[in-house]
Design a protein around this ligand. Sequence first.
Ligand code: PEP
Length: 255
Amino acid sequence: MTRKPFICGNWKLNHGLVETQAVLRAMAAEASTYSSVELAIAPVTPLLAAAAQVLQGSALGLAAQNVHHQDKGAFTGEWACHHLSELNVGYAIVGHSERRQYFGETSAAVGQKVRACLDNNLVPIACIGESLQEREAGQIWDVLKNQMDPITAAVQPDEAHRLVVAYEPVWAIGTGKTASAAQAQEVHAQLRSWLAGAFGEDVAERVRLQYGGSVKPSNALELLSEKDVDGALVGGASLQADTFLGIAAAAFELA
Ligand code: PEP
């Protein structure tokens, strides 16, 4: 089974309007070179409309960093999946560890967001990952399973191939400490086996599993060479065109 590699950049709370337009223009100019790789960037939400204008007709997709699970209502400060679709945003990152840590996003809420994305034709990029303390205490599999269960419970087998799961060990995010390729593969193999339990092996083989945590051009090839590592969710190294495209080039080499 070949899974199309998928590299998504998460800009978090960074580039303003001028930088967003400039960096996206530079990325879009090169994106079609890596046609066997799916590429997307998640800018800050208020700039999605401006970003969509820059990316019109390009091979670089747009992602949101978060989304609310309801379509409408008294939820000040939120936005819904259909608002994203209206802007040609194709993906939504849900359950990022920073959302879980600083905004109280629970695993149950992540499941609801995954459901809303699938109902609205958005690809959910559902993030899971253990902290260093949890890893060292031997709790990694319990933690990851508890995060995965509400995600798989929200998805039907016939739509599960649209799901993307990003394994992002919290201790590797923004720290410069990358999980080794073997550590990433070990977790991804376990995730795929849980997916097989939930949806059957054929479907599990179609689900893309991204690794996230200090991915950069210098370590991308090694990580992406692993059998079950189908792409990357990239923070810091996605902020500039050359480093993001360097990761895309590594994925392209292997695709
Ligand atoms: C992230 O924020 O999802 C991430 C992986 O960040 P970084 O690449 O900077 O570690």
